[in-house]
Design a protein around this ligand. Structure first.
Ligand SMILES: C[S@@+](CC[C@H](N)C(=O)[O-])C[C@H]1O[C@@H](n2cnc3c(N)ncnc32)[C@H](O)[C@@H]1O
Length: 183
């Protein structure tokens, strides 16, 4: 089995694999411990990573270096700044919302800033690009964030964007969900 689709992270990898090409430019909007950054860097020409937590960037840089990966640049900035800090168009942008696993749970992505981040990603998205947003909404901030992100994504012009919503229908306890935006 190449992908275990019982895990939402694996589902996301399946989608990323359809879009990541050796010449692609990728953005990991939420580096965290660097797992997605590493995944993207292995498949794409270059990956830009963002996180507001210094510790997340240290963890990500360590993971990338341990794996001998050098096609990356990290920013200790909010993802809403990505269109100001990156001078190229991105083919793939991935958001993994919530808090740093194993880190400070009080530092989490928040609704208004996340919507700004998605708007910034739309501004730099290349033609035939992909934005994937994985939402963890078991915590209070996550519920509001999910509602606001869904509300915003529903407003995207259907002539320009194709928005897909992946939800695990028979799972309890706020199972994670994915939104995919293609242009
Ligand atoms: C669920 S974790 C990401 C997990 C990561 N993709 C991995 O593979 O380990 C979410 C991360 O988003 C970061 N974050 C929160 N708000 C942010 C913002 N406005 N811009 C960028 N990163 C943010 C947190 O610091 C946290 O590290």
């Amino acid at each position: 089995m190449k992908y275990n689709l019982k895990r939402i992270t694996e589902f996301n990898k399946l989608v990323l694999d359809c879009h990541c090409m050796p010449e692609s430019i990728a953005v990991d909007a939420t580096c965290g411990n660097g797992n997605d950054t590493l995944y993207l860097a292995r498949r794409c020409r270059f990956v830009y990573g963002f996180d507001i937590q210094k510790q997340a960037l240290i963890n990500t840089e360590t993971l990338l270096k341990e794996n001998g990966i050098d096609n990356w640049q990290l920013f200790n900035e909010s993802f809403s700044m990505m269109d100001k800090l990156i001078n190229v168009r991105a083919d793939v942008v991935t958001f993994n919302l919530g808090y740093l696993p194993g880190g400070d749970k009080s530092v989490t992505t928040v609704a208004e800033e996340t919507v700004e981040g998605i708007k910034a990603a739309l501004r730099i998205l290349n033609d035939h690009g992909l934005i994937s947003i994985t939402m963890y909404w078991g915590h209070p901030q996550g519920k509001t964030e999910r509602e606001e992100v869904l509300k915003f994504c529903r407003t995207l012009d259907s002539r320009q964007y194709h928005v897909t919503y992946i939800s695990l229908l028979n799972q309890d306890n706020c199972p994670p969900e994915i939104i995919l935006i293609n242009n």
